[in-house]
Design a protein around this ligand. Structure first.
Ligand code: TA6
Length: 296
C-alpha cells in the first residue's frame, strides 16, 4: 500500500503471503527494505541516511542511471535516484515469468530541467516484486522515446547494499579469475585471483563480463545471498572501510563492518538505444541457508 515514510516521503509497502516484505520510496524508485518471512532485514540502510532530495538515500538499492559513477558530465551515478518517480497504474504487459502478485510498477520520465543536462527523452519503467519464496525481483525497462531520431547511450547499476553480520567473515563466489577495473588504482584493469573474494580493506572494483549468478556468503548468519541477473554483464564490489567511512556524513563510522555492495551493472559497454528501442535489466535476489548453497 502507498503510505508516508521518513520525512513524509511517499513509499509503497509490498507484502508477500508467507510474510516477506519490501519497501520502495517513490523518491529515487529506491528500495530501502527487503525482509524475509522471519521479518529479518536483508538490506543495509545507514542509520544516518538522509531522506531528503537531492541527496540519495544511503543504503537499500539506489538506481544508477543514466550514468554509473562520475565518468561523464552528470552528477555521480546520474539523476534517477534523486528524482520523484510515479506509480505506473497501466504499464505495457511485463514480459516476465514471475507469477508474483506482490509488486509495484514505477515510472520515471525526464523533466525539462533533466533534458538540459541529458538531452534525451526516455521512459524508465521499474517493477519491484516479491516472489513466492520471498525473492526480491527488480526489472528495469528503459525505452528511447526521442522524436528527433537520435539514439542515446547510458550506463546503469542496481547499487545494492547487502546487510552482513561482519564484513571480515564474508566471501563472494562467482568473480574468481575475472578481469576488473580497480577504482582505487586509476580504474586500471587487473585479473582476480582464483578463489573466493574476502575483505580486509577498502575495495572498489568493477568486475567485467561476470556470470549470471554471484553468491555472497555470510558466515555468522549461515546465510547466502544469491544474485541472478540478466542484461547486466558487470558487477561492482564496494566497501568503503574505515577511513572513507569517516568522510561520509550519511554513513556511520563503524557501519562498513555490516554492509557490502555487490552491484549488478552495465558499465564497461554502455547500452545504446535507437528511438523506439527498449533495454531490460533484471536482478533477482534471494537469501538462502548457506548449507544449501555451498554445494551448488
Ligand atoms: O559503487 C561504488 C561507488 O562508485 C564508489 O566509488 C562510491 O563512490 C560508491 O559508489 C558510493 O557512491 P555515492 O555517490 O552513493 O556516495
Amino acid at each position: 500500500e502507498v503510505c508516508k515514510g521518513v520525512n513524509g516521503l511517499e513509499m509503497v509497502v509490498l507484502r508477500e503471503a508467507r510474510g516477506s516484505s519490501a519497501e520502495v520510496y517513490l523518491y529515487g524508485g529506491h528500495v530501502t527494505s527487503w525482509k524475509n518471512d522471519h521479518g529479518e532485514e536483508l538490506l543495509f540502510l545507514s542509520s544516518k541516511a538522509i531522506f531528503k532530495p537531492p541527496k540519495a538515500i544511503r543504503g537499500g538499492i539506489p538506481i544508477c542511471f543514466p550514468q554509473f559513477s562520475n565518468h561523464g558530465s552528470l552528477e555521480q551515478h546520474g539523476f534517477a535516484r534523486n528524482r520523484i518517480w510515479s506509480i505506473d497504474n497501466d504499464p505495457p504487459p511485463f514480459p516476465t515469468n514471475s507469477s508474483s502478485r506482490a509488486f509495484i510498477d514505477l515510472i520515471l520520465r525526464p523533466t525539462e530541467d533533466d533534458m538540459k543536462i541529458w538531452p534525451h527523452s526516455f521512459e524508465f519503467r521499474l517493477r519491484v516484486a516479491l516472489g513466492p519464496g520471498g525473492d526480491l525481483m527488480l526489472t528495469s525497462r528503459i525505452r528511447n522515446t526521442n522524436s528527433d531520431g537520435k539514439p542515446f547511450s547510458f550506463t546503469f547499476a542496481y547499487h545494492t547494499y547487502f546487510s552482513v553480520s561482519d564484513i571480515c567473515e564474508v566471501r563472494v563466489e562467482g568473480l574468481e579469475t575475472l578481469d576488473y577495473l580497480d577504482n582505487l588504482q586509476n580504474k586500471e584493469r587487473f585479473t582476480e585471483q582464483g578463489d573466493a573474494i574476502t575483505f580486509e580493506a577498502e575495495i572498489d572494483k568493477i568486475y567485467l563480463s561476470t556470470p549470471t549468478k554471484i553468491a555472497i556468503l555470510d558466515h555468522e548468519k549461515k546465510r547466502t545471498f544469491v544474485l541472478r541477473k540478466d542484461g547486466l554483464p558487470d558487477a561492482v564490489v564496494w566497501n568503503p572501510w574505515d577511513k572513507k567511512a569517516k568522510t561520509m556524513a550519511d554513513f556511520g563510522d563503524e557501519e562498513y563492518k555490516h554492509m557490502l555492495c555487490v552491484e549488478a551493472a552495465a558499465i564497461e559497454k554502455p547500452v545504446t538505444l535507437k528511438p523506439g528501442e527498449e533495454w531490460r535489466g533484471r536482478l533477482e535476489l534471494s537469501a538462502v541457508p548457506s548449507s544449501y548453497c555451498s554445494g551448488q
